[in-house]
Design a protein. Structure first.
Length: 763
């Protein structure tokens, strides 16, 4: 275990700090990519295939091209200088590898077959409607049963012991299959791109979760040097993983802008969100568990199918948490990729873990029922002391305490296990529990800071804020290191002209930015103190720099240092303070600024970190209310207890778990993208028919962080919290549904048709 001391004087670290970008967003002044306007900007509208498989026999654009305002119609054959990208890791390649309009084949319903560029959006829309297409249509394969037509070989991983032998001799077994449907990312802000060329250089405004990766990919796609591409993503109306990599509309916008030599804007509409820019793929997971009569796991077999497209090899890694969540000597995970005629999937909040733990944690609940054992007790009994898949110790794991704390909060000791045995206010109550985990790492990051003579501190990094509070975290660090109030700290993110920073993905930004920003601040402050000591006329002239420090934004000697402002983060007069405001030190020295730069050393290159298994953990305790007379189920309460290392911003951190729990309710009860088997069209691809949880569906939510610093990850001890909160919600809810109704739902979402089978007919 690393032994770094926690940072000193950092009252703001861990505090509930409101987002510094909140006012910009709530007043409508934050500019998202589609808010960008330029002189001469043309609007592009995408035309989608209305068949799910086949080929385009003819595409007649002649009428469209003659319509008012139309400047270009792009289609197969006239998109110039667009290239395939080098296949790499997910966030470093095009989400859909095939370049747009690459051939005359149709691989999925809604595929872009043309783009109309016109002076106005209305003109482009009208012309897009005038394009005439004839197809040779075939029936697409969108069969929901992913085992149908599978001819490949399941790919094994994480095998230990002899799981089949152990299953055949286990006194108690569970063998069930769990299905999660296609879910569609529905961030408020849809995908959009504005491309502006200046000679052979292009600036691309795209609501991406990763500007640095976006620039690399777009330089390959457009065949121009990386230095000639600048990607900007200042604000994102969230993405949930759907915006990790660029999608074809970015290629089309940039190529059209180059061909026309004028700025071009494209927006993906809500209907296209359901077919063209990723989804969480359908999964079908068979879980087999073996256990002794007293509830010790002896075998786990997790065999799953994950749907992908005809064009790309996306895998939903459902088995990622299975090898280390429980102690179990015999285990195997196998992965089978099932191709379907749908758009390419994408990571969605907690990819792998969320569907994977729905299956595993549901099966654990079913095992507890077979064993007549309490599901909390069963989990604690089988908790893993070390990561048995890698034989490494966990850097920090407090999952048992998540269970005991949650049990305490909901009053678990009063739970009676019988189906339909609990009542409150004329309703049947069900309680369920499930665990969660998500990996942690420290990924590379650079940051720079600047202390300016106008009294402001600037922090710069080419990561971006997907909406989670990343802007605010940078400002918190700058405040913690200088005492300068938040309203005098400027944070610049989301632009490849800034020092390279990480993609907002995998819940890894916070742990990545902390070391880089901390060392950048330390370097700037150290330089400032030296300047204070070296500058004639400075009250500290001639002092040893190490006798000086900075507090409340002022250089002071370490004796007689004023109190650091703890909870007040606004500008406050530093009344009694001696010393000199840092900006006056700069003015005395006639310096334009003092800068600092820092880098985060990635954990995968750090031999000390590689000795450990790094994960966050958590547990959800869910309560449902069942009204048998009207077959109505409602999630009424969720207690979420999480072990995510040290929390840097209590408000933004809790917001992540709250939002994820709501998404988990949505997944459990509502969300499912359905494809028409004749055409492959998402038949509920709009907000009227695709249901998501609304305010009225939200239970009372209660979030607790255990807040144990994980000092293996970084000096602050912070791991990530974006994804993990969604893991474990669905199995906690379906276990609660079983407890209330006696109906075990193994295929999400829970449907009224399932619940009508309940034998609990009275409350
Ligand atoms: Mo997260 S699914 O890596 O945005």
């Amino acid at each position: 275990m690393a032994t770094t001391n926690l940072p000193q004087a950092a009252g703001i670290i861990g505090a509930a700090v409101p987002r510094i970008d909140g006012p910009l967003k709530t007043t409508g002044t934050a500019r998202y990519s589609t808010d960008r306007h330029f002189p001469g900007l043309a609007h592009a509208v995408l035309v989608q295939s209305t068949i799910g498989k086949g080929r385009i026999r003819s595409l007649d654009t002649s009428a469209a091209e003659k319509m008012p305002g139309v400047v270009l119609v792009l289609r197969h054959g006239n998109l110039q200088n667009v290239f395939r990208t080098i296949p790499r890791e997910q966030d470093g390649s095009m989400a859909e590898q095939r370049p747009p309009f690459d051939d005359d084949r149709i691989y999925y319903w809604g595929q872009y077959i043309a783009a109309v560029v016109a002076e106005t959006l209305e003109q482009a829309n009208a012309a897009a409607d005038a394009i005439k297409v004839e197809y040779e249509a075939e029936a697409p394969d969108v069969r929901p049963d992913l085992s149908e037509g599978f001819t490949g070989t399941p790919v094994p991983s994480w095998k230990r012991g002899d799981p089949d032998q152990a299953l055949s001799t286990a006194p108690v077994t569970v063998d069930e299959t769990y299905v999660t449907p296609v879910e569609t990312h529905n961030p408020m802000e849809m995908h959009s791109t504005v491309a502006v060329w200046d000679g052979d250089s292009v600036t691309i405004y795209d609501g991406t979760q990763g500007v640095v990766g976006h620039r690399t990919v777009m330089s390959e796609v457009l065949g121009v040097p990386r230095e000639n591409v600048r990607t900007i993503s200042r604000f994102i109306g969230s993405g949930f993983g759907g915006k990790l990599s660029p999608w074809p509309q970015a290629t089309i916008a940039a190529a059209a802008a180059r061909q026309l030599n004028r700025p071009v804007k494209i927006s993906v509409d809500r209907r296209m969100m359901f077919s063209n820019v990723g989804h969480r793929p359908r999964t079908q997971q068979r879980i087999r568990l073996g256990a002794t009569q007293d509830g010790k796991l002896t075998a786990i077999r997790h065999d799953f199918f994950t749907e992908t497209s005809l064009l790309d090899d996306f895998v939903e890694r459902c088995g990622e948490q299975t090898p280390f969540l429980y102690s179990c000597p015999n285990l195997i995970v196998t992965t089978s990729m099932a191709r379907r005629g749908v758009g390419t999937p994408a990571p969605m909040r907690g990819p792998g873990a969320v569907p994977g733990l729905f299956a595993l944690e549901s099966a654990i609940d079913e095992l507890a029922i077979k064993l007549k054992m309490d599901p909390v007790e069963l989990r604690i009994k089988n908790d893993a002391e070390r990561d048995e898949s890698t034989n490494k110790p966990f850097s920090s794991r407090h999952l048992k305490e998540c269970y005991t704390t949650g049990a305490e909060k909901i009053g678990w000791k009063n739970r009676t296990p019988g189906v339909g045995s609990m009542r409150r206010n004329g309703k049947v109550i069900g309680w369920g529990v499930a665990g969660a985990s998500w990996g942690a790492a420290r990924i590379p990051c650079s940051a720079s800071v600047e202390l300016c003579p106008n009294g402001r501190v600037c922090v710069r990094c080419a990561t971006q804020d997907i909406g989670t509070g990343t802007y605010t975290l940078f400002a918190q660090i700058a405040h913690a290191k200088t005492g300068v109030p938040l309203d005098r700290i400027d944070v610049f993110l989301g632009d490849t002209n800034l020092p390279d920073g990480p993609t907002s993905g995998g819940s890894m930004v916070t742990s990545a930015i902390l070391p880089a920003t901390t060392s950048a601040m330390d370097q700037a402050v150290t330089r400032l103190l030296h300047i204070a000591a070296l500058t004639p006329g400075s009250p500290f002239h001639g002092a040893q720099p190490d006798t000086l420090t900075i507090a409340e934004g002022r250089v002071v000697s370490k004796q007689g240092q004023p109190q650091v402002v703890g909870a007040a983060f606004s500008s406050s007069s530093s009344s009694a303070a001696n010393g000199l405001p840092f900006e006056e030190v700069l003015l005395l020295a006639n310096l334009g600024s003092v800068t600092g730069a820092g880098k985060t050393f990635p954990s995968f290159e750090d031999p000390k970190v590689r000795e450990y298994s790094l994960h966050s953990f958590g547990a959800h305790f869910a309560e449902v209310e069942w009204e048998p007379d009207i077959a109505h189920i409602r999630v009424s309460r969720i207690f979420s207890i999480f072990d995510c290392g040290r929390i840097i911003n209590a408000k933004a951190g809790a917001n992540q778990i709250l939002g994820a729990a709501v998404m988990g309710v949505s997944m459990s009860l509502f969300e499912e993208t359905l494809h028409d088997h004749r055409t492959g069209q998402p038949i509920n691809g709009n907000f009227a028919d695709y249901l998501v949880a609304t305010c009225a569906d939200c239970p009372d939510l209660d979030v607790t962080f255990l807040d144990y610093p994980d000092l293996v990850v970084n000096e602050y001890g912070a791991r990530g919290i974006g994804e993990i909160g969604m893991a474990g919600v669905a199995p906690a809810i379906t276990s609660a549904v079983y407890h209330a109704t006696g109906i075990r739902v193994r295929q999400l979402p829970v449907r009224i048709e399932d619940l009508l089978q309940s034998k609990i007919l009275e409350a």
